[in-house]
Design a protein around this ligand. Structure first.
Ligand code: GDG
Length: 492
């Protein structure tokens, strides 16, 4: 692969992520084109990419496809191929069958398979190789998420001149859970290849620092971890956010406002509209939430002739066993609740297992009186921030799980514990019945937080910290870094 690849113009700023930020489209004549896939990360990073000869390294999304790097929208895209077997072992297997449940408090049982690990290692190597080839001297590289935790160290070994950042979009678990992982040491060392390791919450950063201290016997001081080489790495929280202004503008547009009204009408003009929007994932607490709502309807606390619940569950990871099971469980629950409690005019729950354009989501956020976000564990959760951004009338209410990273910032939400069904029922009832003044007061505070901490602020604060890391010279400790830790190599 390396010899065949064409010579690339060296990039000064490289993003490395499991997926490229584009989707392939084929027009009616069969011509293939690429279209930016909607997402906050791309929106936030595109200006930086364009300014700084950027490159994005990632998998194009289809198996067994060796594509040459190409220019797109003012930056390079560097496709990394994956075979069908690698998609099974690296992506569906180690990333989503091992790491995902392990990092989300083991809410499903993680599976540990050596073939999955081997594939994860091999694919991380391939990403590191591709990155190394495109990164110019002294370039800044920003590696994204749990699929690529070995890349920072692999890059550091090959290219000590690079400034390397890493950001983990999901929670980082406490040591008591993390130590189940047979390859725990390799993962920690992989991450420590970065100059800055970013987490969604201070708790995640602290979990990581504690593991380096207890397992690798490294010296730590607050956010700083001193490595045996004398180099230091920093573990710090950077809570991710959304393009708040973009969402607000979309929500205020005429077509979205009209669609919001139409949606309410299609749902039977309820007095109260509850909304849930999630990937169909067992971490999101969809089952628990619908059960709680079902009880409220059964007890007549909520009158199904006056209220509606719209639940969107976007199809996700459908070949992974645990997700198939969840899909069946939710189908059955919704069927049971609607069978028992709906009437001819209206089901208790309107359940849509489908994905929608962003404008349709904005219309749902605009239409909903109560947005219900109840993950059992979530790195951040962007849906709750999107809902808040769309409520320019400062009405509406957010029910939010304490176990979402966003709970640290959105303190004025109606906070619930998703493991406690009564707490959820109470939160939904309160959000529905609270006074208009209370709701407005809460929503104003939530909006202040979301608009002053948007995705641009997030990217800027991470990249400013990374830019402040002194340029690296191989093997030479940076100024201001203390003596190397005395003990290394302890079993992690
Ligand atoms: C991971 C972490 C962290 C959903 N359905 C549709 C659709 N969406 C969009 C939402 C939102 C995004 O997907 C989901 O983001 P979340 O943050 O809620 O959850 P994850 O996918 O699990 O994301 C999470 C995030 O990374 C960022 O760091 O917050 O904790 O798990 O933006 O709007 N978008 C469209 N149609 C849909 O049907 N267009």
């Amino acid at each position: 692969m390396s010899e065949a690849a064409p010579q690339l113009q060296p990039a000064d700023f490289v993003v490395v992520a499991n997926r490229l930020p584009v989707d392939r489209t084929t027009d009616t004549g069969g011509a293939v084109a690429w279209r930016t896939s909607p997402g906050g990360l791309v929106t936030a990073l595109e200006p930086v990419m364009q300014e700084r000869h950027g490159a994005w390294v990632g998998w194009p999304g289809a198996p067994d496809e060796a594509l040459d790097p190409f220019d797109y929208d003012g930056y390079h895209l560097v496709p990394v191929p994956l075979s069908g077997q690698e998609i099974e072992d690296y992506y569906e297997g180690f990333s989503n069958g091992t790491l995902w449940p392990l990092y989300h408090d083991v809410v499903a049982k993680p599976e540990y398979h050596r073939e999955w690990w081997d594939a994860y290692h091999a694919v991380n190597e391939r990403f590191a190789e591709a990155t190394m080839r495109v990164a110019g001297p002294g370039a800044t590289v920003w590696v994204q998420d749990y699929q690529l935790q070995l890349v920072p160290q692999m890059l550091r070994r090959r290219r000590p001149d690079l400034r390397i950042g890493f950001f983990l979009h999901i929670p980082f678990p406490p040591i008591e859970l993390f130590q189940q992982l047979p390859w725990r040491r390799q993962i920690i060392e992989g991450l420590l290849g970065a100059d800055i390791i970013g987490f969604q919450t201070p708790g995640g950063a602290q979990n990581f620092t504690r593991i380096t201290r207890q397992r690798l016997k490294l010296e730590t001081h607050r956010e700083m971890i001193t490595l045996p080489s004398g180099r230091s790495a920093r573990a710090k929280a950077y809570p991710i956010s959304i393009d708040a202004k973009g969402f607000e503008t979309l929500a205020q547009s005429r077509p979205v406002q009209d669609r919001a009204r139409e949606l309410r009408h299609e749902l039977g003009d309820p007095e109260v509209l509850f909304l849930g929007v999630d990937r169909l994932d067992y971490t999101k607490g969809i089952y628990h939430r619908l059960r709680a709502y079902g009880e409220l309807v059964a007890e007549r606390v909520i009158d199904p002739r006056k209220a509606a619940f719209l639940q969107v569950a976007t199809p996700s990871r459908e070949r992974v066993e645990e997700y198939k099971r969840l899909r069946d469980d939710v189908n059955m629950l919704v069927g049971r609740i609607n069978g028992d409690l709906g009437d001819l005019r209206r089901p208790a729950i309107t359940y849509l297992h489908a994905s929608f354009p962003r404008a349709e989501l904005a219309a749902m956020y605009t239409a909903a009186d109560v947005c219900v976000v109840t993950p059992l564990r979530d790195g951040m959760n962007l849906v709750c921030k999107e809902y808040v951004a769309c409520r320019s009338g400062t009405d509406g209410a957010l029910v939010l799980s304490e176990f979402a990273g966003a709970a640290g910032e959105l303190r004025q939400a109606y906070m619930i514990n998703p493991y406690d069904i009564n707490s959820m029922k109470h939160g939904m009832t309160l959000a529905m019945n609270d006074t208009v003044q209370n709701k407005r007061r809460r929503m104003r505070a939530l909006r202040r937080q979301v608009f002053t901490h948007d995705i641009e602020a997030w990217a800027t604060s991470f990249l400013d910290d990374l830019a402040a890391v002194p340029a690296t010279t191989a093997g030479v400790p940076r100024p201001g870094v203390g003596a190397p830790a005395s003990r290394t190599g302890a079993q992690a």
